[in-house]
Design a binder for this molecule. Structure first.
Ligand SMILES: Cc1cc2nc3c(=O)[nH]c(=O)nc-3n(C[C@H](O)[C@H](O)[C@H](O)COP(=O)(O)OP(=O)(O)OC[C@H]3O[C@@H](n4cnc5c(N)ncnc54)[C@H](O)[C@@H]3O)c2cc1C
Length: 246
């Protein structure tokens, strides 16, 4: 019943993990959690003792599971209201309100198959990670490529897990682009996403991959427009925008 989906529930923080210096993952235990589809998000609501409330959306990073556990991955936004609270105040055992899962468009499930082209900027990788985790858990044969733009190598979220997934699955390709600084000997891309990069990402996926793009608005628009110019049917491209327009 849709109304049940929108009920606020009290979730307990079960685990907190550092992903990068500015990004942490939070495992929440949510009572009576209806399982989600990769790509969906939850709304989180924080309430102060004086009644002030703040609410933000966070994508679900975990693959669907039977255990009522929902992983969120939150980037600390300097001067932000909710993300610094997650980083600096929340400890295991604390409670937050959540509602969801939300979203019926930016979703993927194994029956959709592929080939899959996933394009992320910064924390936009979070819902795409849920897709990759589910793809691995369900052993989906469809080829997939993740093109992932980060500022620096140390800002790459889920770096080790992505590396592990790619080395154990020859149908999965991960292309990194580092836009601000690159480590010595870097052989990946070192610029913002552009048409030649998209052409390389499309390589091996056929001309019409099922495409999910998530990140800052400018990245999402550049990638989606570039793919359409390269002949990808707009009906095969799903987009989700996080945060501001820069
Ligand atoms: C569907 C959806 C899913 C999302 N999933 C995630 C997720 O998985 N992980 C995650 O970290 N965030 C995610 N976001 C963004 C998240 O909802 C918040 O906007 C973000 O955490 C900032 O909230 P804040 O309260 O800390 O900052 P605010 O108090 O809202 O903003 C403070 C200042 O920072 C700027 N700002 C806001 N967001 C960003 C940003 N992303 N980058 C740079 N500057 C920003 C604002 O313009 C403002 O000037 C998602 C957003 C949407 C719409």
């Amino acid at each position: 019943m849709p109304s049940q989906l929108l009920e606020w529930k009290i979730a307990t923080v079960a685990q907190i993990r550092d992903e990068t210096s500015e990004v942490k993952s939070f495992s929440l235990l949510v009572p009576e959690w209806r399982t989600h589809r990769p790509g969906q998000h939850v709304d989180v609501r924080l309430s102060a003792p004086d009644g002030y409330q703040a609410q933000r959306s966070y994508s679900i990073a975990s693959a669907p599971g039977p255990d009522g556990r929902v992983d969120l991955t939150v980037e600390r936004i300097a001067e932000g209201e909710v993300s610094p609270y997650f980083h600096d105040v929340l400890v295991t055992g604390d409670e937050v309100e959540v509602r969801g899962p939300i979203g019926g468009y930016f979703v993927w499930e194994p029956a959709f198959g592929g080939p899959l082209l996933l394009i992320a900027g910064g924390s936009g990788v979070v819902p795409l990670m849920a897709i990759l985790r589910e793809r691995a858990a369900a052993d989906v044969a469809a080829s997939a490529t993740l093109l992932y733009s980060s500022r620096n190598w140390d800002d790459v979220i889920y770096r080790e897990e992505l590396d592990r997934l790619a080395t154990t699955d020859d149908r999965l390709r991960i292309l990194h682009t580092l836009t601000r600084a690159q480590p010595p000997g870097w052989t990946g891309f070192a610029r913002r996403i552009d048409r030649p990069m998209l052409e390389e990402a499309l390589d091996g996926l056929g001309s019409q991959p099922l495409t999910y793009i998530c990140g800052p608005t400018l990245l999402v628009e550049a990638a989606a427009n570039g793919l359409v110019e390269l002949g990808v049917d707009p009906g095969r491209i799903r987009t989700e925008r996080f945060g501001p327009t820069s």
